[in-house]
Write a protein that binds this ligand. Structure first.
Ligand code: C2E
Ligand code: MG
Length: 702
């Protein structure tokens, strides 16, 4: 550091003390002055640095600041001003000076760095091609921060935008060590970036890069995240002379992105991972499980009767309950277990590294217990038990989708078994549930595709053996499984709500068929028993459907008998009773099906709502061997006699059974002994022979 040969252009009385100090400093080896504001010809070659008084003297000499600086462009220039007139220094730098100093506010120690910088920056500008200088001057005026360094890492230029982004004051000039620490941490503000990856280092080595994110820590204030681009700087001969880095502050943009990402991955209400994030995590975990052979299980948690909380306490309380459930869920899992909200009142949990399967059961049991404990929801005591389905990798599925589906199916099974429990997925369970899903889907189209059919089973008068009526029995001609009995699909029809439209079709079809037969064979008393499901009684629309069928067919309502199962009448629920009375008012008969398999109320039997009952086949089937069943059947028939109620027996398969029924004065009988349920064409043939006098059961009848 030998000091520089300095020329000062300006008044001698301007900052005399400062000039004296400068002359004496190590930064200056030779000092000369010119008050004409021009470089003396004899000095021109030796001058390394020109300092000038950025004051009114320039304009007095006939220059504008700009023309003055241009006339001196062969020299590195530093403007001198005073602190209270700092704007003059800034204007000088804008006009092309390399730097400015406030003479009343400059630390002598800084001088060397400032001079060095001015010389280097000037050298760079001189070596830059014209195009590059234009680019640099444009960069100076843009909003992006720009830093120019030479090959050794000296900062040669920092534009105003960079100063403002980096919170550097106008006169602060970073030394070479600053270039090493500039943006040396990743966006988290903690992870150090290796030297080869530092933006300024890469740029001065001629590496081009774009949108590199890094964190910048200002001397005071919060860390900023910068997005940086960089590349080498070359002289006119194509030689690398340094690098330029441009950047912008993307802190708030990043914060917003993080927020949006968070929102896209987490459930806002509970803060748990949402469906998307959970699937991503599960996919990763499945990949890990495949590679390492480590255990993996998915738990699908659903709250039992959550809907009633929503309905009775309101949605805000429902939300509050879900928040509490999610907190209990996470606090009862180990660190590393991952939980999410699947939607509504459904939660999902991912367990890894749990050793044996029994440990998963233990976790599930713990969750069942803790989630079942009392909740305090806005002052109300609330209980919500969970149903949990468990799927273990790879037995229950190897992909995220399969595992979740399996856990969901198992949960469904747990719920079916009463809820408040957990259930492991199994392949048989899966087959069963998959078939159920398939049937439910098929049932939705069965009506329009005309896949339903009614078969009819004859019912005879026990005393005469005459065919007096038929029972309509539903069948489904399934495109894949063939003809299905009601046991295979009735439950699905009932729970899916499809029973209403199907039921109306049944009533309509059976009534039309009966009307046809009555006319065709002149059998005006021929009757038809039609089964109805309890669900149908909860809606009044069945009454309208029956009324319409009766008026369409002009049938005598007394020929139609509706068979009701379950203890509907016993429970005396008002909606259902109202429907029953509605049907009664139409004049149709009502019958209690499967008599003997559910509780009965004698009171209900005596109200006159019921015209008949059908003794269940389980009672009939062992009258031959079971003495107690014989006594029950006899007593039931005697009771019906006393109440003036008609009795039919179903499931009659043997002559002995029929004879026993006759001995008890049972009115009607139906069963395979007499005939199996048949397609309508076959029934027509039987009715034809019936009027010709040939009984269905000529054998064994008196
Ligand atoms: P259900 O009303 O007791 O009908 C009699 C059932 O016993 C019929 O079964 C019939 O095929 C069967 N069966 C008749 N005789 C004998 C016999 O001698 N031995 C044996 N083992 N079985 C006999 P299916 O057709 O499978 O119907 C089963 C149940 O499904 C019916 O019991 C009824 O509760 C219900 N169901 C049938 N059709 C309908 C319908 O259209 N609507 C509604 N809601 N339920 C129906
Ligand atoms: Mg029946």
């Amino acid at each position: 550091m030998g000091g520089h040969s300095i020329l000062y252009l300006g008044r001698s009385d301007f900052a005399a003390d400062y000039i004296e100090a400068l002359k004496a400093s190590k930064a200056c080896s030779r000092f000369s002055r010119s008050e004409t504001l021009r470089v003396p010809a004899h000095d021109a070659a030796n001058i390394e640095l020109v300092l000038f008084e950025a004051g009114p003297g320039i304009t007095q000499s006939g220059h504008t600041l700009k023309t003055f600086i241009q006339s001196l462009q062969h020299y590195p220039l530093i403007a001198l001003t005073r602190h209270d007139q700092e704007h003059r220094g800034i204007a000088a730098v804008r006009a092309g000076a390399q730097h400015y100093l406030c003479v009343d506010d400059t630390n002598a120690d800084e001088l060397e760095a400032v001079f060095e910088h001015a010389i280097q920056r000037h050298r760079l500008l001189v070596t830059l091609s014209e195009a590059d200088s234009t680019v640099l001057s444009i960069l100076n005026s843009i909003n992006d921060g720009v830093i120019v360094v030479d090959r050794a890492g000296h900062v040669l230029d920092i534009n105003p935008a960079a100063r403002s982004i980096l919170a550097l004051s106008g006169r602060q000039w970073p030394g070479p060590e600053w270039g090493q620490s500039f943006c040396s941490f990743a966006t988290d503000g903690r992870t150090p970036i290796g030297e080869d990856e530092l933006p300024l280092v890469k740029a001065r080595r001629g590496q081009k890069f774009g949108n590199q994110l890094a964190s910048y820590a200002p001397a005071d204030g919060d860390n900023a995240i910068l997005s940086l681009n960089g590349q080498g700087l070359y002289d006119a001969a194509g030689e690398l002379i340094g690098g330029v880095v441009t950047f912008r502050d993307v802190t708030s943009l990043m914060q917003r992105t993080v927020e949006l990402e968070k929102r896209a991955q987490f459930d806002e209400m509970t803060g748990l991972a949402n469906r998307r994030l959970f699937i991503t995590q599960l996919e990763k975990a499945a990949g890990r499980a495949q590679r390492s052979g480590r255990a993996l299980a998915v738990l699908f948690v659903d709250l039992d009767r959550f809907k009633s909380v929503n309905d009775t306490l309101g949605h805000d309380s429902g939300d509050e309950l879900l928040r509490q459930v999610s907190r209990r869920l996470t606090s009862n899992l180990r660190i590393g277990d991952f939980s999410g909200r699947w939607g509504g009142d459904e939660f999902v949990v991912l367990l890894e590294d749990f050793g044996e399967e029994a440990n998963v059961a233990a976790v599930a049991q713990k969750l069942v217990l803790t989630l079942s404990e009392k909740y305090d929801v806005r002052g109300s005591e609330v209980y919500a038990t969970p149903s949990i389905g468990i799927a273990v990798y790879p037995d229950c599925g190897e992909t995220a989708e399969r595992l979740i589906k399996a856990a969901d199916l198992a949960m469904y099974q747990a719920k079916k078994r009463g809820g408040g429990r957990f259930q492991f997925y199994s392949s048989t369970l899966n087959a069963k549930l998959e078939q159920r899903e398939e049937l439910e889907l098929g049932l939705r189209h069965a009506l329009v595709r005309k896949e339903f059919a009614l078969h009819y089973q004859p019912r005879i008068d026990v005393s005469t053996g005459r065919l007096i009526g038929l029972e309509a029995l539903l069948r489904w001609q399934h495109p894949r499984y063939g003809l299905l009995p009601p046991a295979r699909f009735l439950g699905i029809l009932e729970t899916s709500g499809l029973i209403h439209s199907a039921g109306e079709w049944i009533i309509n079809t059976a009534c039309r068929q009966l009307a046809t037969w009555q006319h065709q064979f002149e059998l005006p008393d021929l009757s038809m028993a039609i089964n109805i499901s309890p669900q149908q009684l909860r809606h009044g629309r069945i009454v309208d459907a029956v009324a319409k069928s009766l008026s369409d067919t002009m049938l005598d309502p007394g020929c139609i008998e509706f068979e009701i199962r379950d203890g509907v009448i016993v429970r005396q629920r008002s909606a259902e009773l109202e429907t029953l009375h509605g049907l009664r008012r139409l004049g149709v008969r009502l019958s209690l099906d499967h008599f003997g398999t559910h509780e009965i109320s004698f009171n209900a039997l005596d109200t006159g709502v019921i015209d008949s009952f059908v003794l269940d086949q389980s009672l009939i089937q062992d009258v031959e061997s079971n003495d107690s069943h014989r006594r029950i059947v006899r007593a039931a028939i005697a009771m019906a006699r006393g109440l003036d109620i008609e009795v039919a027996a179903e499931g009659v398969e043997t002559i002995t059974q029929l004879e026993f029924l006759r001995s008890c004065n049972c009115d009607l009988a139906q069963g395979f002994l007499i005939s199996r349920p048949m397609q309508p064409e076959k029934v027509s043939a039987i009715l034809r022979s019936e009027i010709a006098g040939t009984r269905l059961l000529s054998r064994g009848m008196p």
